[in-house]
Each structure stands twice: as structure tokens, then as C-alpha cells.
Design a protein around this ligand. Sequence first.
Ligand code: ATP
Ligand code: MG
Length: 332
Amino acid sequence: MTRIFSGVKPTGHLTLGNYLGAVRRWVEVDQHRGEALFSVVDLHALTVEHDPARVRRLSRQAATLLLASGLDPEVCTLFVQSHVDEHARLSYLLECTATDGELRRMIQYKEKSVRAREAGQGVRLSLLTYPVLMAADILAYGADEVPVGEDQTQHVELTRDLAVRFNQRYGHTFTVPKATRPEVAARVMDLQDPSSKMGKSHENGAGIVYLLDDADTVRRKVMRAVTDSGREVEYDRDAKPGVANLLDLMAAATGGDPEELAGAYASYGALKKDTADAVVELLRPVRERHAELAADPGFVDRVLKEGAERARGTARPLVDRAYRAIGLLPAA
Ligand code: ATP
Ligand code: MG
């Protein structure tokens, strides 16, 4: 059976980018296709300046939102990364497999380390090693597939390289996974800056639609989206990134095709209005369900506890095997 793993970091409130690039597909397709595990990867939230109470709060909120989006704990496994020791255990072995050169090449490391420096903060060592921990997240479960947004492609490539290298040196241990991506909206751009991706940890929330934004806020953000010069509605990601982003959102929300949709609009204003309405309708059920679930934190806690137990049961034997393969003496 196909094994699937993916995760989301509690570094901020979940965004429309997270939803369209990843979560919606987990709900609609991936959880039903195989043995699927989804994780709130909280250790990754410690790689940049963080507030402990906020990370804790956002972890619970992310888990609640994943359930509100439709992950079904009867069908898939939902858990918090730090509840399963195997991630950190395996990460160390993979640090002994990766080189510092290949980690320094990671685009996200470059971007996020610049941001940390600009904010006058030190760059945490864990920001550099973050993709190794992510590789451990995936390899600990023998995942075949990793459904992620486009921005994670490079990290999954590194994961593949590490799996292949480990297998070649120490004998076959890991499944070599592959990234899968949605057909539309694999990269949702910031509404105020369509040259950069919508990211939940970014400072300026005006260009970011959060899953928990109310309808008026969503409408305002979409209506104020930066568009491009000219007036023609065309789907051209290079020449008209702002308009293309709106067309992608509209297509993803309504199940249409961005190029075809472009032909249906005579003005930016009309496109914005329909996109705003479509996004509001897309998010309405998620927000409503979130409110119900947030009123019953005991349920979310139970789901996470059972999820961690199941996840541990899958990861433990595989990580133990890696410990033996790399040359560590088994405990008597
Ligand atoms: P951060 O700014 O802290 O990196 P993020 O919004 O990028 O937060 P992640 O937790 O890093 O969120 O990613 C969770 C999932 O959402 C990943 O599969 C990632 O590829 C996807 N994703 C994140 N941003 C976007 C986006 N703008 N468009 C499409 N998918 C996205
Ligand atoms: Mg990210």
C-alpha cells in the first residue's frame, strides 16, 4: 500500500497557500489513497525566533484546522512531530549522511537566514539542518509519496539523495520517496507582492489570506490585491504575476482552468470580486468546523495521542533498523 507523509509547521496561522498547495489534497485525495500520516511538525518551528507559548497555541490550532479541513482520524494518522522521538533520533543519523555544502545550497535556508539577519537575529544552526529533520520525518515512515507545495520540491530532492546515499553505504534501509504536487495553485503568491510566495511566517499579513480570516477580511485582502499594469485579463505568470495569481486562486477554488477563466473576464475588478467570493465560499466550511472543534479541545487531544501512538509503532522498527545498519551497537 502507498505510504504518504506530509506536514505543516506551527510558525503562524495556516494560509490559503497551505490549504491549496497541500492540505486540501491531503483531505480529498491522499488520506483515501493509502496509509497516510500527517503531522504538525513543531520542532521545525524552533528553527527561527519563536515564542514558546505561541508555538504551543499554534500547534493545537494547526491540528484543529487540519481536522476542520476534513482530515479524518479514522482514515489517516494525525500527530505532533515532537510526540514521536523517532524524528529526532533519525535526524542525527541523516546529519551523518548529509554534507554542509548541500544544506547551504537550499533556497529556503538562504531566504530565511537573510530574513533572520535583517531582523538582527542570529541564524539558528537548526535552520541549516532543518531539511535533514524533514528528511527524517519522511524516511522514518518509509513514505513513498510526499504531497507538498512547489516550494518544498528541493527539500524532497535532498531527502531522496540522502535515502539513496544511506542505502548504498549501509544496505537497503529507506524507501526513496517522491514529491507530489497539485495541478493548480502549487505556489500561491502573496497578494501584496506576487513575486514572493504566500507564507504564514511573513510579517505583513495584508497579502496573506489566513484560513481563519472572516469573510469581510478575505474580501478586503483579495480586492486590494496588487495587479499588473495594463487592463487585459491574461494568464501570464511572468508578465502579469498578480493577475495570474488571482486566476490560479479562482481556478483552484472553483475547479476551473486559469487560462479559460482569463478569457471570461473583461476587467481586473470583476475578476477580483469573483475570486473574493469564491475564496470566501471555499473557506466558510473550514472556519465553521474549526469553531465547533475548538470548543472541544479534549477531542483534538485524543486524536493527537492516538495518532502519536500509531506513528511511533510505524517509525520505531524502521529507525531501529537504520541504527543497526549505520554501525551502532544494539542495546542488550
Ligand atoms: P513558513 O513561512 O513558516 O515556511 P509556510 O506557509 O511556508 O510557512 P509550511 O509549514 O512551510 O508553511 O508548509 C506547509 C505546506 O504548505 C507545504 O507543503 C508547503 O509546500 C505548502 N505551502 C506553503 N506555502 C505555500 C504557497 N504559498 N503555495 C502553495 N503551497 C504552499
Ligand atoms: Mg514554508
